[in-house]
Design a protein around this ligand. Structure first.
Ligand code: SF4
Ligand code: SF4
Ligand code: SF4
Length: 582
């Protein structure tokens, strides 16, 4: 690659030809502010916060767009540059509903941070403001366009990363607003509830619906028996809300915090991730042995993905595993097996889950998710809501001792942990399926080909019965779409496919802590750091196969009989139907 020499604020730097000025500056410790730029997703250069002076150029240059030239001299902090950025910010603020005191993004808002840094006068440009009604038409997110700064990061993520295109710009000029086509509400569109737009938004214009009051109401009701379960990705994300570095595993403190909140039982959804693998693995083996069965079989634990296939590929829903997600299996087991074993009326049980995911709020209200006659899961909150709840209840995660999940069914295997990262469901399934067919546990457990952040990963596993199982893993819905097109055209060569709706999997779910673009645009890969925390847990674990989890063995011995039994089907499996949307 050809190298280019330039100076940024007088500091010499050498970078590859084609490098953006923004990235060249970062290499020598010069951070240029951005609002609309999101690495690998969008660089429209529309907000003009990243302007710099280039010696010899007549106008200021947008550094997220312009690339380096040999001998270029860039100045990022001249009075002209700073004045331009300040004016940009003050113009944004002139049409912005400045409610920082009660805004969900206050202290983690890119606009607020920059306005402070640049000493903005919030009311320098006073005039007419737009007033928009909130779009709260769905159970998972709220759009408040009164706080939207028209950066279009949400639009780019929805279109390019998720290939859903549920939102875009409506109207023109001062009346421009972001929303759904023809002003429809979000719940009338093909939006799959993934929440990736929330994570992309630099301000408080998009946020999840807050269900924390419902949680406390249940806990404070003496007639209710409130059980909580946490997804694998939450424990490697929640620490960030309390100042821990990205990818810190705070499982022990998290369990203590949940107990302090007042839950009657604190369990781990990893346990039902193991159960999912038992059922899904059995289903895969059955399909592999049946010449007429639909292959490839596709995983069903990501509700954003389920919304996507039901909306965009309804003709392929027979490929989905019929297994409920670990969250729904968790609720179903609590209100059937657990309720019977401990003599608790399921009507009195409230199951709360803490998930890295906004789409889980759509999953809990789906049809066929009420094994006991009551909803499997009553309330689900995201990692971000969980953090808010802890802060409101004066629980400081940093100062808590570690503790363990409750017995008797709190424990999961470390294969269950892997569900938090792209490729993890596949890896956990392959460990159990290969061991079952071979009649002995695998010696080499790590399926490294399905790890990592390539959009589509593939692997094949030769089994002792002579069959070679070909698998693929996709994360983000634009990659899922590529595999669905292969199935439609008959060119798909896989037996089993794992799909997670969010890029990187649940560790980067739409309900996880929001990381500012200054970090997302750097060399730090948030998804990899959080996933590594999960792989480290797996490496150190004593139980690395789902089928070896003693809790799972007890569940089958005492209740379900065997994977795929009639009872297991009644309680742990579900069905799908096309969603007809815009
Ligand atoms: S979006 Fe940011 S600037 Fe606007 S009210 Fe919220 S915290 Fe304040
Ligand atoms: S939740 Fe997902 S699908 Fe819906 S608008 Fe946001 S990014 Fe698009
Ligand atoms: S909603 Fe947020 S991400 Fe979308 S355009 Fe507005 S400010 Fe940008």
């Amino acid at each position: 690659m050809k190298q280019v020499n330039l100076k940024v604020n007088g500091i010499p730097v050498t970078v590859d030809a084609g490098t953006r000025i923004l990235d060249a500056a970062r290499k020598v410790g010069v951070n240029i502010p951005t609002l609309c730029y999101l690495k690998d997703v969008t660089n429209e250069g529309s907000c003009r916060m990243c302007v710099v002076e280039v010696v010899g150029a007549k106008n200021l240059v947008t550094s997220c767009f312009a690339t380096v030239r040999e001998g270029m001299e860039v100045i990022t902090n001249s009075p002209k540059v700073l004045a331009s950025r300040k004016t940009t910010l003050e113009l944004i603020l002139s049409n912005h509903d400045q409610k920082c005191l009660s805004c969900v993004r206050s202290t983690n808002c890119e606009l607020q941070k920059l306005a402070l840094e640049y000493g903005c006068d919030s009311y320098r440009f006073e005039g007419v403001k737009n007033h928009y009604p909130l779009d709260d038409s769905n159970p998972y997110l709220i759009r408040d366009n009164n706080k939207c700064i028209l950066c279009r990061r949400c639009v780019a993520v929805c279109n390019k990363v998720q290939s859903v295109s549920a939102i875009g710009a409506n109207n023109r000029g001062f009346k421009t607003e972001i929303g759904s086509v023809f002003g429809h509400k979000l719940d009338e569109t093909g939006c799959v509830a993934c929440g990736q737009c929330i994570k992309a938004c630099p301000v408080g214009a998009l946020y999840e619906k807050d269900d924390t009051d419902k949680v406390m109401k249940a806990i404070l009701d003496p007639d209710k028996y409130v059980i909580v379960g946490t997804a694998p990705a939450v424990r490697v994300g929640i620490g960030e809300e309390f100042g821990y570095p990205i990818g810190t595993d705070v499982e022990g403190k998290m369990v203590t915090a949940l107990r302090r909140l007042g839950f009657d039982k604190v369990f781990d959804v990893n346990m039902t991730a193991d159960l999912t693998i038992m059922e899904e693995g059995n289903e895969l083996i059955e399909r592999l042995n049946d010449k007429n069965a639909k292959l490839p079989m596709i995983t069903s634990c990501s509700p954003g993905w389920i919304n996507f296939i039901e909306t965009f590929y309804p003709e392929l829903i027979d490929h989905l595993s019929s297994c409920k997600s670990p969250q729904q299996m968790f609720g179903a087991v609590m209100k059937t097996y657990y309720a019977e074993k401990f003599g608790i009326d399921p009507a009195k049980i409230v199951v709360v889950t803490i998930m890295p995911c906004t789409a889980k709020k759509t999953e809990v209200i789906r049809d066929h998710q009420s094994a006991s006659g009551y909803p499997d899961v009553d309330i689900t909150i995201t990692t971000r809501e969980f953090a808010r709840l802890l802060k409101r209840q004066s629980i400081d995660l940093t100062n808590l001792e570690n503790s363990e999940f409750d017995d008797p069914i709190g424990k999961g295997s470390s294969a269950g942990y892997l569900f938090g990262a792209t490729g993890g469901v596949m890896e956990a399934a392959l460990r159990t399926v290969a061991s079952t067919i071979n009649g002995k546990n695998l010696e080499k457990l790590d399926f490294k080909k399905v790890r990592g952040l390539d959009g589509i990963k593939e692997a094949s596993v030769k089994l002792d019965n002579g069959l070679t199982v070909r698998v693929a893993v996709a994360h983000s819905l634009s990659n899922a779409r590529k595999l669905m097109e292969q199935i439609k055209t008959g060119s798909c060569k896989y037996h089993f496919i794992e799909i997670m709706a969010c890029p990187g999997g649940c560790v980067n779910g739409g309900g996880q802590p929001i990381v500012p673009s200054s970090i997302l645009n750097s060399d730090v890969d948030v998804r990899a750091l959080r996933a590594n925390a999960i792989y480290n847990k797996d490496k150190k674990s004593e139980i690395r196969f789902c089928h070896e989890n003693p809790v799972i063995k007890t569940l089958y011995n005492e209740y379900f009989g065997k994977p795929g039994s009639h009872k297991a089907h009644e309680i742990l499996h579900t069905s799908y139907k096309p969603q007809h949307k815009l």
